[in-house]
Design a protein around this ligand. Structure first.
Ligand SMILES: *[C@@H]1O[C@H](CO)[C@@H](O)[C@H](O)[C@H]1NC(C)=O
Ligand SMILES: *[C@@H]1O[C@H](CO)[C@@H](O)[C@H](O)[C@H]1NC(C)=O
Ligand SMILES: *[C@@H]1O[C@H](CO)[C@@H](O)[C@H](O)[C@H]1NC(C)=O
Ligand SMILES: *[C@@H]1O[C@H](CO)[C@@H](O)[C@H](O)[C@H]1NC(C)=O
Length: 410
């Protein structure tokens, strides 16, 4: 009797732990995987449009969040207002219900704070003018799939509207994102706002004492004072001699994603490097990266960037939703009385020395001898690339960090 009981107990315990590990490494649905891949394609086309904008300095966008804002447009749109979203996401064959559930599945996978040890607060809101009546079905489904709240705002009181939007964004990012916009240009239409705070956690931390003041060369003759953190470790590294640039790939917590840096070998505007930047080229670079000793010096970063993506999404083919005389958002309001006037995509990003414990076993061994140098004291491109879904969680460029101008030598 005893023996049988024990055997039974063991079976129960092991099947329970199997269930836990299965849920930890959940397999994504086929449509979520398709959308992950296609949102990564969108990352590069959107970045390229934005980089051409002469007034844009730092860039910071989350392509998976942009994809879900597009999903919201499809949810509220009819006819070509909705179908253009599928064209942009290259998801013509994905059914409506799968588009919404797939985007939701993707975003909840990659932003899971426990599995990924990441702080990533994402809040979404759709603002409509005072006159709008939101359809219940839309309110319910936009919350369910896109965690989006809907609210009316009196755009005619511009100052009041701007304050309300900025206050909301500050609230839902614990004050990390104080401002989404200074102005609302269009006082009719619907506005989508994403407000985010992202703080990755390195798979291996930097020592908090290995931080000092250095100069960051925004351009020749313009240097700002920043805090730079330093460490040597085994990282993915590639020196692309043909293109005169370096690639560094540093894993984030639990190695579920990596932060990839692309930096020219000398101080210059990023234009030349950006011309090379495609999804295919990134994959080529990642295929050549080697795990070797690198002495990394990176600025501690705290940046807040807000973009109005409306124009760029139009350039990518979202021409109906943004056109007042064509848009059909009757699934949002029951009438053809709305168009998409703005898409504010605002994020605060911070990274510092924080991460999981260092692997001390390589210190004092030959493995760290003669490290390559990666000294990020001039503009660079960075991406957070997800290992499991191959989606891009963030893509951006650091052109002008916060900091006082330094007296230039020479
Ligand atoms: C990913 O998307 C690209 C371009 O959109 C496509 O060519 C490729 O076949 C897709 N890959 C997968 C695995 O779906
Ligand atoms: C990440 O893990 C560390 C322990 O290594 C923990 O202190 C921290 O709170 C975690 N952060 C998040 C956002 O889960
Ligand atoms: C922000 O939070 C404060 C305090 O919790 C609250 O009084 C205020 O109404 C909130 N503002 C917005 C715009 O949500
Ligand atoms: C909106 O659509 C109308 C009708 O097709 C067209 O004439 C107009 O140029 C479009 N507006 C914009 C801003 O593209």
């Amino acid at each position: 009797m005893w023996a049988t009981d024990i055997v039974l107990l063991v079976v129960l315990v092991s099947s329970a732990s199997a269930a836990t590990s299965a849920s930890k490494d959940k397999v994504l649905s086929n449509h979520a995987n398709i959308l992950a891949n296609n949102s990564a394609t969108l990352a590069f086309s959107l970045y390229q449009k934005m980089a051409k904008d002469k007034n844009t300095e730092n860039i910071l966008i989350s392509p998976v969040v942009v994809a879900s804002s597009l999903g919201l447009v499809a949810l509220g749109g009819k006819a070509s207002t909705a179908s253009q979203v599928k064209t942009i996401l290259n998801a013509a064959k994905v059914k409506d219900e799968q588009l919404h559930s797939g985007l939701a599945e993707l975003l909840s996978e990659v932003s899971d704070p426990k599995a990924r040890n990441v702080t990533w607060k994402i809040s979404n809101r759709l603002y409509g003018p005072s006159s709008v009546k939101f359809v219940d079905e839309f309110v319910k489904n936009s919350k369910k799939h896109y965690n989006c709240d809907n609210s009316k705002i009196n755009f005619k009181d511009k100052k009041g509207a701007v304050n309300a939007i900025n206050e909301w964004a500050a609230n839902c990012t614990d004050g990390k994102l104080p401002e989404v916009t200074k102005d609302v240009e269009k006082t009719d239409g619907a506005m989508i706002v994403n407000a985010m705070f992202f703080k990755p956690h390195w798979n291996e931390q930097f020592h908090h004492k290995m931080v000092d003041k250095r100069g960051f060369m925004v351009s020749h003759g313009y240097t700002v004072s920043i805090e730079m953190m330093h460490r040597t470790g085994i990282y993915g590294f590639l020196e692309d001699k043909t293109n005169k640039l370096s690639i560094l790939s540093m894993p984030l917590a639990h190695k579920k994603s990596t932060m990839v840096f692309i930096m020219s070998n000398y101080v210059e505007s990023l234009e030349r490097v950006e011309k090379l930047l495609t999804k295919k080229q990134l994959n080529t670079w990642m295929g050549k990266v080697q795990q070797i000793a690198v002495a990394v010096s990176l600025p501690k970063v705290s940046m807040e960037v807000s973009h109005n993506l409306q124009k760029h999404l139009m350039e990518l083919g979202l021409t109906e939703a943004v056109n007042k005389s064509k848009a059909d958002f009757s699934k949002i309001s029951g009438k053809k009385d709305l168009y998409l006037s703005s898409v504010f995509h605002a994020s605060a990003l911070e990274w510092d020395t924080d991460g999981n414990e260092m692997d001390l076993s390589v210190f004092g061994t030959d493995k760290l001898k003669n490290p390559k140098l990666f000294y990020a004291d001039h503009p660079f491109i960075f991406l957070v690339k997800d290992q499991k879904t191959n989606s891009i969680l963030f893509i951006g460029r650091m052109v002008r960090p916060k900091g006082e101008k330094m007296r230039d030598e020479l």
